[in-house]
Structure formats: C-alpha cells, structure tokens
Design a protein around this ligand. Structure first.
Ligand SMILES: [Zn+2]
Length: 314
C-alpha cells in the first residue's frame, strides 16, 4: 500500500474509485476514537475496508464520520457504514443533514448530472436516521480524543460545506474548497460542479483559510499538502481564471460546446508541463469538464454579471 505524507495521527486511504488511484481519498483519524473524514462513495467500500484493515481496524471500530459536505463522492458511503455500526455518529453541516436523512433530492440532482452511470459511480446510497446525525453551522468544536476538530462554515463549492480544523496537528480538512491536486504535482484545479458554486462566498472561504493558517490542507481529491501558502494562492488564481474563461464565453454568446472547448484549451496550456498520464489523472479528479463549465455558467447566470451595464467588480 502506498503511504502518503499526512498530518500527525492521520492516515490517507485511497479508495481507488473506478479502480483509479489518487481520485478519492478518505482521511482516517487515528487514536482511541477512530473516525473517517469523508469516507467516499458507497461504491468503494471494499477498498475502504482494506485500507482500514491495514491500520488494524474494521468499520465497527469507527466512532465518527466527519463530513466536509454531502456530495456522493465524499459522503455516499455514510448510510451503509452507519447501518453496519450502531456506534457510528455522523457530523455534518446543518444544511446537509436533511439530504442524509432523505437522500432522494440529492440522488435526483446527481442523476441529472450522471444519468445511467449513477450506480457504477456511486453505489447504494442509504438514508440515515436523524438520531445518528449531529449538525453544525460553524463555530462548534467536535472533540474526538486526540483530535479537537473545529467546524467552520465554508460555502463556495457547496452551500453545505464545512472546513474542519484539527487543532492538535494543524490539519484543515478542506473538502473541495481548494480544488483538486495530484501528489507530487505543484498545480491545483478548481472543482466547480453545479448547482451551488458561489464565487463571492468562495473568496471569503479562502480568506478564512488564510487567516486560520493551517499547517496542512487535506484534500479528498487527493492528499495532504503542507505547502499551504503556495496551494492557496494557486487555488485562488485557477478558480478566477476558470471563472473568467466561462464569463467571457457567455458574454460572447458561445454555445456550451464552444465554451467547454475554450476551457479545455486553457487547461491544456495550464497543464503543458505535466506528463500525459498526469494530465489524464488530474482530469479524472476534476470529473467531467462539462460539469465544471455548467457549475460556473450557472453561477454567472444567477449573479447578474452577464446583464447589460453590469460592471465587473474584480
Ligand atoms: Zn463536492
């Protein structure tokens, strides 16, 4: 098993989504109350079990599932895991909790994005009883032995996104708020799927992260990074660049295919220094580019920034 650099008392389990490495990782908080931050989708539970067993653990040893947000690639496994272990408690943003209790709306909107690939991609998403869930809005602390986790409201990628800061080791579990990154590669890519992308809120979340000065950024896609200043600067820059490409394309009246092609071209330039296999891998992390496009386009349409007479503020 590949061992990755991680904060003290934290392990990273690659759940090998669709058999691919470095796409989705679950962080395992080690100690007396083992916990998972974002267990991944239901479709990768076998790999999750294998990862746990390499640390001498099973699903029944876990005491908490800590979610950054409820997107299926991060949280889809939670229902099955909770059904298997009566001691498991789920910690999630208040806005995400209703969709864990009744996942039908979440599944409907994911089906609009992924169609008949839903089962292959995400597996069996089970509802979770309300009494197994604790909710957060930011400002609270979840004290797991050895891991005092402070919750911060962190919209931008999703309205129901939290960042969890482990005050014992300086690890910030940032979910998708600082993009995706491949181990060994000094470049980030934004994660901007519909429907919640909000660039103003996202900028504030990035400000917050800068103020918190974490020692590590822990990304589901993929890995823990301690070059925090570089990573944050790069993530902000790329997000602005992608957003601007989409805005310009919408202002020019391009159709979606033309717009996506413009984004593709810009990405090829950005990634020109990567090897072909790295380029493929980082695209797999981001998910289909058309979804990145749609998330940003939806934001711009809602923002009013495309209206005549609007003056861009940044
Ligand atoms: Zn997400």
């Amino acid at each position: 098993m590949e061992i990755y650099p991680t904060p003290h008392n934290v392990a990273l389990i690659d759940v090998h989504h669709l058999g691919r490495s470095h796409v989705i990782g679950a962080f395992l908080l080690l100690g007396d109350e083992p916990a998972l931050v974002d267990p991944g989708p239901a479709s990768t539970i076998p790999a999750l079990r294998a990862g746990l067993s390499s640390y001498g653990l099973t699903v029944t040893d876990l005491r908490a599932i800590v979610l950054t947000h409820i997107h299926l690639d991060h949280a889809g496994a939670t229902g099955l895991l909770v059904a298997e272990n009566p001691h498991l408690v789920v910690h999630v943003h208040e806005r995400g909790a209703p969709h864990l209790i009744d996942p039908s709306r979440l599944l409907n909107s994911a089906t609009q994005l992924y169609g008949d690939r839903m089962a292959t991609l995400w597996g069996d998403v089970r509802p979770i009883a309300a009494e197994r869930i604790r909710t957060y809005t930011g400002g609270e602390t979840l004290s797991l032995r050895g891991h005092p986790l402070r919750a911060f409201d962190a919209p931008g990628h999703a309205k129901h996104h939290l960042i969890w800061l482990d005050e014992a080791n300086g690890a910030a579990f940032v979910g998708d708020n600082t993009g995706v990154r491949l181990p060994g590669v000094r470049m980030t890519r934004p994660a901007t799927p519909p429907p919640d992308v909000d660039l103003d809120a996202w900028a504030q979340t990035h400000d917050l992260l800068e103020q918190l000065r974490p020692q590590w950024l822990c990304l589901t896609h993929f890995g823990a990074y301690d070059d925090v200043a570089f990573h944050l600067t790069d993530a902000r820059l790329r997000l602005r660049q992608w957003a601007e490409i989409v805005r310009q394309s919408l202002l020019a009246g391009h159709d979606e295919a033309t717009g996506v092609a413009a984004l593709e071209k810009a990405l090829a330039l950005e990634a020109a220094t990567l090897s072909p296999s790295e380029q493929t891998a980082i695209l797999q992390q981001t998910g289909p580019l058309i979804l990145s496009w749609r998330g940003l386009a939806r934001y711009w349409h809602k923002s009013g920034a495309l209206d005549k007479g609007h003056v861009a503020q940044n």
